[in-house]
Write a protein that binds this ligand. Structure first.
Ligand code: F6R
Length: 257
């Protein structure tokens, strides 16, 4: 893992966006050969918001061409209508699709509006494969080490699946809802194996609440107790941290950005 540490969240967004833009541009050149276009994997939550804004800015400056790019969300709650303001359908629309200028049919979110959630999860994995796989996967990390909604204990080779959200995840996400009681208990998430299939991943974490999970992800054993540690098996991961999120890492494992 390439771990870049910057002074604050603003700078983390800029550095992450530059990595994403460079990787998307490289994916565009690769895909030109078969006439397909790059595929971006997108996380919701607070961590990547600045990066999305800066990617949009880099596209305006001509550093990256987003025409024809499609996007796949990592996850979606079960039990919220698609037009609920906190459904990831809506969140991805607001924070990714509109700023990046992508057309509605270029953005995919697991379909939790059907009764057969397992079938919807399997269909999502197939849709990613049909798009030629994810070129650049943007990630955040939960304080309990989750990526996507792969909670501690998730098998490292899991595919897109239905998950019961951990209490820590529900309480962390209660800030987006009226109260924790309004946070759904279930979701569909890309699996750790699905995320591991992406060609490159860019994980952003800021704040001291993430420091322990980051240390386990970077320097701990590869262990389902810290789902993000599965990224140690991924060949191409850039981690962008502020000083607080990096505070439990040895200086020798990181570089300043
Ligand atoms: C969101 C997701 C989660 C978040 C994580 C961190 O789609 O998959 O793994 O990335 O919960 O959330 P924030 O960034 O809000 O701290």
């Amino acid at each position: 893992m390439d771990v870049i540490v910057v002074p604050d969240a603003d700078r983390a967004g800029i550095v992450a966006a530059e990595v994403v833009a460079d990787e998307l541009a490289a994916a565009g050149r690769r895909r030109d050969e078969d006439g397909s276009r790059p595929v971006l994997g997108v996380a919701t939550g607070s961590s990547p918001l600045d990066a999305y804004r800066h990617v949009a800015e880099l596209a305006r400056l001509g550093r990256v061409d987003l025409a024809g790019v499609s996007a796949f969300a990592l996850d979606e709650y079960i039990g919220l209508p698609a037009d609920h303001p906190e459904s990831y359908h809506e969140v991805v629309d607001r924070t990714v699709r509109v700023p990046l200028g992508l057309p509605p049919d270029a953005v995919h979110v697991p379909d939790t509006g059907t009764s057969d959630h397992d079938a919807a999860a399997a269909a999502y994995d197939r849709a990613i494969a049909d798009a030629g796989g994810i070129d650049v996967q943007i990630l955040g990390i939960g304080a309990n080490g989750h990526i996507g909604f792969n909670e501690p204990g998730t098998p490292l080779d899991s595919r897109t699946h239905v998950v019961e959200l951990a209490e820590r995840t529900r309480s962390d996400n209660a800030r987006f809802f009226g109260s924790i009681d309004d946070v759904p208990t279930l979701a569909i998430t890309q699996g750790l194996g699905t995320i591991g299939d992406s060609l490159c991943a860019v994980l952003i974490a800021t704040g001291v609440a993430k420091a322990e999970a980051i240390a386990a992800m970077v320097a701990g054993p590869v262990d389902p107790r810290c789902p993000a540690s599965s990224l140690q098996l991924h060949g191409r991961v850039t981690v962008v941290l502020d000083d607080a999120a990096a505070s439990r890492l040895d200086a020798g494992r990181v570089r300043r950005g």
